[in-house]
Design a protein around this ligand. Structure first.
Ligand SMILES: Cc1cc2nc3c(=O)[nH]c(=O)nc-3n(C[C@H](O)[C@H](O)[C@H](O)COP(=O)(O)OP(=O)(O)OC[C@H]3O[C@@H](n4cnc5c(N)ncnc54)[C@H](O)[C@@H]3O)c2cc1C
Length: 374
């Protein structure tokens, strides 16, 4: 069986699902090929919680979060459900540099407050900010629900005619016959299209590396832990990032994954062992668990520091954590992870659909050439 569409999307994580949503809205006929079942936990996008925040030290990403947020609201309107809940966000610890973040945010027009540690401790009694220096708060931060967002984007794409196929790994990707377009081979048939968005997460390099020269991509197995609140939860916890001594811990309300009401998801940014998407073992590193417990015991007195559950997840990271969003020939290359891509999902969809339609990369920093020049 050979089928033809305007666009092949390989991978139905957040990036691929968003590309299908946005491309189908442009009237393109789309086929989505996903190796595993809906809700699988083998890639980067599974679960009920990821941080949305405006707080980046880099104005480019602050601006992109500003473009992403209204698209989350558009997606919610179309889907008829809430996918992004604002809780406010805290940044603290010397390496997070709250003063600089505050300056960047306010210069970009994002309201933010800088508080002394004692005032912050009074306002957020679940935290201990002792010796942490100033604390930055911005209201425009919160939690998005990736499982529901992916389901909604694929549902909406399918309603516009997209052919969404789970359990359909692409076993071979190539230029189409006569070098025209892209061809994706699967066990249930071959698909051709003028262009393919390859949003294969940690599997990107094995799938595309012989067709497109890619920069180095580090695949790491990350771990996250859910911690129960000591007291009955009041309002939701703010999302937070703490940076000190070379480590960054992040936290957020864990949602359904948290097991107990009000559980907070806690993780360490960029400390996981290097692996491959096919070879990772899914086993939590005991040393990482101990670091998370120690962090919570020091900084989060409102939580029981012993995790009620834990999970692993893949990061696919570029050298400088910039995304790759570019097109080479019939292949749109989507690597928008580096541990921070979820918040941009609906915007990534617009960008990837635009690249598939022949529009330029959204910023020179996201091009393959820029990554390869580093
Ligand atoms: C622990 C953790 C915490 C995170 N926290 C945040 C956060 O708080 N905020 C934030 O903004 N971001 C966060 N991120 C990052 C964010 O989750 C990722 O940027 C995002 O999920 C990447 O999505 P993706 O679609 O690129 O990759 P994936 O979700 O991995 O999707 C790739 C898909 O391609 C499929 N695939 C692979 N090969 C093939 C093939 N040959 N054929 C068919 N299908 C294939 C895979 O099965 C997979 O479903 C976090 C990531 C992790 C791991």
């Amino acid at each position: 069986m050979t089928a033809r569409a305007d666009l092949i999307v390989v991978g139905a994580g957040l990036a691929g699902s968003a590309a299908a949503w946005a491309a189908s809205a442009r009237g393109m006929s789309v086929v989505v090929l996903e190796a595993f079942a809906p809700g699988h936990r083998l890639g980067s996008s599974h679960g009920s919680a990821r941080i949305f925040r405006r707080a980046y030290p880099d104005p480019l990403y602050v601006r992109l979060t500003g473009r992403a947020e209204p698209l989350w609201r558009r997606l919610e309107d179309e889907a008829g459900e809430t996918l992004l809940r604002l809780t406010g966000g805290l940044d603290f610890g010397p390496q997070r540099d709250p003063e600089r973040l505050h300056a960047v945010l306010t210069s970009c027009g994002v309201p933010a407050e800088l508080l002394p540690a004692a005032a912050a401790a009074e306002r957020w009694p679940g935290f201990s900010f002792a010796d942490a220096g100033p604390v930055m708060f911005h209201a425009d931060a919160g939690v998005l629900d990736p499982d529901r967002a992916m389901a909604a984007m694929l549902r909406l794409a399918a309603a516009r005619g997209a052919d969404v196929r789970f359990g359909t790994p692409v076993t071979h990707l190539a230029a189409g016959p006569g070098g025209d377009g892209a061809l994706a081979r699967t066990d249930s048939g071959t698909f051709t299209a003028p262009v393919a968005v390859v949003a294969a997460g940690g599997w990107l390099a094995p799938l595309l590396g012989e067709l497109v020269r890619l920069p180095a991509l580090a695949v790491t197995q990350q771990q996250a832990f859910h911690l129960a609140p000591r007291d009955a939860p009041g309002g939701p916890w703010p999302v937070f990032i703490h940076g000190d001594g070379g480590t960054h811990f992040y936290g957020l309300p864990g949602g359904r994954d948290g097991e107990v009401p009000g559980a907070v998801k806690l993780g360490e940014h960029h400390a996981g062992p290097v692996t491959t998407a096919a070879g990772r073992d899914g086993v939590v590193d005991p040393a990482a668990r101990e670091r998370a417990i120690a962090f919570a015991a020091t900084w989060l007195p409102g939580l029981d520091s012993r995790p009620v559950n834990e999970l692993t997840c893949l990061y696919t990271t570029t050298a400088n954590e910039d995304f790759i969003l570019d097109r080479q020939g019939p292949f749109v290359v989507a690597s928008a992870c580096s541990g921070h891509g979820a918040k941009f999902a609906p915007l990534l969809g617009e960008i990837l659909a635009g690249l598939a339609a022949g529009e330029p990369a959204p910023d020179p920093r996201f091009t393959l050439a820029a990554h390869l020049a580093r």
